[in-house]
Design a protein around this ligand. Structure first.
Ligand SMILES: C[S@@+](CC[C@H](N)C(=O)[O-])C[C@H]1O[C@@H](n2cnc3c(N)ncnc32)[C@H](O)[C@@H]1O
Length: 260
């Protein structure tokens, strides 16, 4: 099992101390003093990953990483701006999201897709993100509630999302039949594709693993309108689980859906 320790960036002030305590409580990891040592040095001497607590954000370093994982709305900002201008978004179209819908994101990650879905379903909708990795779940959940975005619509969409740290199939098993309009699945691609700079660290941090029969059948049971998957265009999941694959030219990832 991976070992993670908590430390602070530079000299901690009161805000950083409070945030470090919150991380200790939420994740149950021990804290070590920074004592002006580098992240690399602390990871090497303790043979551990490191959660570095700053005044404004949490940064997670796995021993294999040179760049940290931290929360950022990433492409959600410009996707929302496009929607505000009356343009479309592939996820919103594929999920046929309307105001008031409920959207269950089984693979939250950085919550970029979830933020776009949250904007689309609006204040009367319900959006929940499930994330199996405790560190990712913590960093994304705190980012969604604390990050100060540049425009109000983005802030509201972020604040409306609730996060649950769990494995998707375990969470789905506890949900009644037809209880969510859309169930969305975006597990980590097996193929490497070029992606945004802030998404790349998620590859080292999040859990890799394909969809399973159990996961998809639970998603089908729980969805009222559609189960939607996102995967590399030649990923076998589309055929394996009976998703209708929508071909998008010039993009390496495609969506697929199962209609209810
Ligand atoms: C490709 S990323 C999702 C990116 C996300 N759609 C976004 O917009 O940021 C996949 C995420 O799902 C998580 N994950 C993988 N298997 C999971 C499972 N069985 N249950 C819940 N989360 C899982 C990974 O840890 C990772 O954070």
């Amino acid at each position: 099992m991976k070992r993670v320790l908590i430390t602070t960036s530079g000299r901690p002030d009161e805000v950083t101390e409070t945030r470090a305590f919150a991380a200790e409580q939420a994740l149950g990891y021990a804290r070590i003093p920074r004592n002006k040592r580098s992240v690399k040095n602390l990871m090497a001497t303790n043979s551990s990953d490191l959660l570095v607590v700053g005044k404004e954000r949490y940064e997670l370093y796995r021993q294999t990483m040179s760049e940290p994982f931290f929360f950022h709305p990433d492409t959600a900002a410009f996707r929302l701006k496009r929607l505000l201008k009356g343009e479309t978004d592939p996820l919103v179209e594929m999920c046929q999201l309307e105001p008031g819908n409920s959207f269950l994101d089984c693979t939250l990650g950085l919550a970029t897709d979830c933020i776009v879905a949250s904007f689309a379903v609006g204040a009367t909708g319900i959006v929940k993100g499930i994330e199996v990795d405790p560190d990712v779940a913590f960093i994304t959940a705190t980012g969604l509630t604390q990050f100060q975005p540049k425009f109000q619509e983005l802030k509201e969409a972020m604040r409306r999302i609730s996060v649950v740290q769990d494995s998707a199939s375990v969470f789905l098993k506890g949900q009644p039949d037809h209880s969510w309009d859309v169930v969305y699945l975006d597990p980590m691609f097996s193929q490497t594709i070029s992606e945004s700079i802030s998404f790349a660290p998620l590859r080292h941090v999040g859990v890799h693993g394909s969809l399973t029969e159990e996961w998809v059948s639970e998603a089908r049971r729980v969805a009222r309108k559609r189960v939607v998957v996102k995967a590399h265009f030649n990923d076998p999941v589309f055929e394996q689980f009976g998703f209708t694959q929508i071909i998008r030219h010039n993009t390496k990832f495609h969506f697929g859906f199962i209609e209810k």
